[in-house]
Design a protein around this ligand. Sequence first.
Ligand SMILES: [Fe+2]
Ligand SMILES: [Fe+2]
Length: 532
Amino acid sequence: MSSKETYRLADSTTVEPLINQWAVWSDLIAPAPYSMHLSHYQIKTVSSYLENPEIHLKACRNPKLIGGPFVDIPAERTGEVQTLLGAMQAQRANLELAKAISELYESLAREAKGQSLEPFYARLPESLRGYTELVYDYYNHPILRLMEGPLYASPYYNKAAQSLRIFTTRRDDTRRFFLSTPRLLEEDEIDWRTPFESREIDDLFRLEFTPRPLDYICDVLGFSERQENKLKPLLSREPVAVPERWLGKGPRIRYLGHACVLVEWNGVSILVDPWLSVKPMNGGMERLGYGDLPEKIDFALITHAHHDHFVPETLLRLRRRIDCLVVPKTYNLFYTDPSLKLLARQIGFKNVVEMDSMESLEFPDGEIVAAPFLGEHADLAHGKSAYVIRAGKERILFAADSNCLDAHLYSRLRTCLGAVETVFLGMECVGAPLSWLYGSLLPHRVQHGYDNSRRTKGSNAEAALAMVEAVGGKRVYIYAMGAEPWFQYGMGLGLSEDSIQIKEANKVIRKARDSGFIDAQRLFGRFDIHLG
Ligand SMILES: [Fe+2]
Ligand SMILES: [Fe+2]
């Protein structure tokens, strides 16, 4: 082999960020939610698996239990899972933080009834000192506010537990559900111990467009010796295909799957809710991937912190290509609502803009306006934002998982910005109960009676049509339904044509077509829309 031979990343190579061997989303990075989730979900789920692996494996094969707390690891690997449990239990500081949050909240709820909160500072447990502010809402309900800046600078944020798992994706269905199954190392995988902020990650992903010799790649990955056999299957000697730039007259909108959409116009590229897949070895369904995006992305917009919208795996891979990452302003009051600005900075983004409702960012003959986003968070306060992109005369609303709980909001949007002809809306109108995503994060057990009524649900047909009508929509695209096979490890929705969500979406499409809309589609896989 000549040392001059150069390699790029193979199209089927996935690089999955992990914390302590668990796939990463926003709540695993932010220290307070992470501590709660570690204590109340990860340790409990893994302990339950170790008591009876067979029950977990059986549950994982039951389609009705998709998304449940079941570990999908063969029983013969319990030894490795036991070692992982030990590593989780050794995170004493995080476990103490979780315990202190629950206990302090409990005593505040019991004792703080409207009197001054000052005496409570003297009673703060050691693990919360220096990170805590105590406040009331207007009806004297106490709130424990945790300061995220100091928490990231504390031992509660452990960069040493961060790594990247590099592996070949053979088929779309090989990745196990992200929430419940930790990633044990397979023989042909590389476990690259490096903090998410490290610049070497950009060097690795530069290989997508710039092939380099093996020695260079080994250096980037910090290999002490050449691991040619392991590395070569993850690389390719095929020529790099440089993606074409969109030079057409009107805006081109490319749907790339789930909530990920690229808008290109006037030399500017804007990527909404980046979540992409590699191209598996067996081919699978045709799709657009990392190599199909423009080499430079001017703006990447994040609508909210849910794991299918703020996706560290895709964000790290695109980091060097994204000029400006736009995130919604968070409430900065509840620890279950981590600042996406701080989070993005922690994973190495330098240029992060946090937008409040109706703030705008301009580009030549266009702008990005942050628009309100109601619902979908089980009535918990969360930073979230829809976006209206104006490209010349065209306005496009990306409403993500918004639930149109009040159509007046959209009438006001139209009054402020003018009619928005093109609307992208998610319609997961059943949603999960409050406890599914937030149960492990809350300081107390969710009351059964409330759990089902408070759901992470989006718009049904009636709400969707009210929204589209209020903004003056003439094109409607239902997206963000987790339908593509390559996102099942993250969604686990298992929707079919008989699912309520799909029936409601179809109602919207029918109604829009009957009303003479220019276009109405439920998006799946890939789709291009040309405006103007
Ligand atoms: Fe969501
Ligand atoms: Fe979503």
